[in-house]
Design a protein around this ligand. Structure first.
Ligand code: GDP
Ligand code: ZN
Length: 461
């Protein structure tokens, strides 16, 4: 189903609040007949005549037989001053599943259609109120589970990314105009005038695109969280570390159920950073098949980790099992956690010299702040970024892909100048870059991509 093709001018309705009991439940209507439907069933307690736009009215909602359904507050937001840029009505009723259901049913019977997932936001996009990056920011904001993620989403919702893309598009259009001028004026293949400066402009744009492309790493982490693996031989204090970090956490997002008994995963937010902590069975040499399976699982988690917390007992010298653990994660980003500092410490072992180190006592809760700081520092963006709302950070893989394709086109454009190829050829590359950049904000986005974006939404948004 192509969501855009089925977009019609009919009036849609959906609950805007989540199912279940709550203080209020909101039902939303959007479309040509929204006002008519509302006025057929809503009797304001004081107002007479036409309801004013953007005013909240107290009154009663009556069903088709004239029986009172609920005491409600209702508002009309006439287009274009509404979420969808169509006439939108909201009915704030009492928040109970059945009441909300009955209000929705009332409008369905009147001729409204149930909204599809994300259809309100889709209409806002199709009616030109928001571009695609803002629409995507709406879902990101709703789903965000850390300050960092929600700050990035708010910046995007305010047009941070859209402005940047518009700026790139403008520059591309200027570039195209210059190249097309060369096409118009040349009878034969003559070189594009000032091709050297055009090449330079293209180069600058490519590096601006690169900056954005690189920011995706941060955006991905902010959105999905970082994977942190706690590794080490048995008894060094891995589970104690997990527990003390859980104690430090501002918010524990989920206990992930159903994990095997020898790896435990927890989603939490530490220092503004969403992370998934994975505690594993201790790594060591063993003949016991059950334990060996635990060790195998621990090892299998290493590849997917963004950072390994390698725990060692700082009060004892390293043994062969410690060396086994060190060896298993040597190729990864590692932060050594010297635990049991309360028991005193031996000189720092040479073979760990290549890694950054934090000294802690999981048992007594010492050094945890330092550990959390080192973890956030490791992920280049740090807490400063969460304050810097001006920073544009990519969070969608499709944005990154589009920018990479646009940058490659610009690269070929530059190459075509160097080779003195015909301006027509150069123009094609810029046109291509323009198309790809336009996919990000929605000017040139294929329908199936739009489908995918809006079906991620819930009904009523
Ligand atoms: P794991 O096998 O690596 O998960 O280790 P545990 O977290 O189960 O801890 C093993 C033992 O070390 C337990 O008896 C803990 O109480 C103890 N332990 C853990 N951290 C510390 C610490 O910082 N100081 C001291 N003195 N003991 C600790
Ligand atoms: Zn453990």
């Amino acid at each position: 189903m192509h969501i855009v093709n089925v977009f019609e001018k009919d009036t849609i309705v959906a609950p805007a609040t989540p199912p279940g009991e709550g203080g209020i439940g909101i039902v939303r209507l959007s479309g040509l007949k929204a006002e008519e439907f509302l006025c057929d069933y809503f009797s304001p307690s004081s107002a007479t005549g036409r309801l004013e736009s953007n005013y909240l009215y107290h009154g009663f909602l009556k069903d088709h037989r004239g029986h009172v359904l609920d005491e409600v507050m209702a508002v009309i937001m006439r287009q274009p001053r509404s979420y969808t840029r169509e006439d939108v009505c909201e009915i704030h009723c009492h928040g109970g599943g059945l009441i909300v259901r009955r209000v929705v049913d009332l409008f369905l019977r009147a001729g409204a259609r149930m909204a599809r997932p994300g259809e309100f936001t889709l209409r806002a996009f199709l009616n030109g109120r928001i571009d695609l990056t803002r629409a995507e920011a709406v879902i990101d904001l709703i789903r965000s589970r850390s300050e960092l993620a929600s700050n990035i989403a708010i910046n995007q919702l305010n047009g941070g990314l859209a402005d940047k893309i518009a700026f790139l598009r403008e520059k591309l259009i200027l570039l195209l105009a210059e190249v097309e001028a060369a096409i118009d004026f040349s009878e034969e293949d003559i070189e594009i005038e000032g091709s050297c400066s055009l090449g330079k402009t293209a180069g600058q744009m490519m590096s601006e695109m690169d900056d954005l492309i690189q920011s995706f790493e941060c955006g991905r982490i902010a959105k999905e969280g970082v994977n942190i693996l706690i590794l080490g031989r048995p008894n060094v204090g891995k589970s104690s570390l997990l527990n003390s970090l859980l104690g430090e956490a501002r918010a524990i997002v989920t206990d992930i159920p159903g994990t095997t008994r020898d790896t435990i995963e927890e989603d939490l937010v530490l220092g503004g950073l969403p992370l998934r902590l994975v505690d594993t069975a201790g790594i060591r040499h063993t003949e016991d098949p059950v334990e060996a399976e635990g060790v195998r699982r621990a090892r299998s988690k290493i590849e997917g980790a963004d950072l390994v917390l390698l725990v060692v007992d700082g009060s004892m010298s390293l043994d062969n099992d410690d060396l086994l653990a060190i060896d298993a994660c040597r190729h990864k980003d590692v932060l050594v956690v010297l635990n049991k500092a309360d028991l005193g410490s031996l000189p720092f072992p040479d073979c760990l010299g290549q890694f950054p180190v934090v000294k802690i006592s999981a048992l007594q809760g010492l050094g945890l702040t330092d550990l959390v700081d080192k973890i956030s520092q490791h992920f280049t963006f740090r807490p400063e970024v969460s304050e810097a709302r001006e920073t544009v950070i990519l969070t969608e893989f499709r944005h990154k892909q589009a920018l990479m394709a646009a940058r490659d086109s610009l690269g070929r454009f530059r190459e075509s100048l160097v080779q003195g190829m015909s301006p027509e050829f150069s123009a094609v590359e810029i046109g291509e870059a323009l198309d790809r950049v336009g996919e990000i904000t929605g000017e040139t986005t294929p329908d199936d991509v739009l489908d995918r974006i809006f079906t991620k939404f819930c009904i009523g948004k």
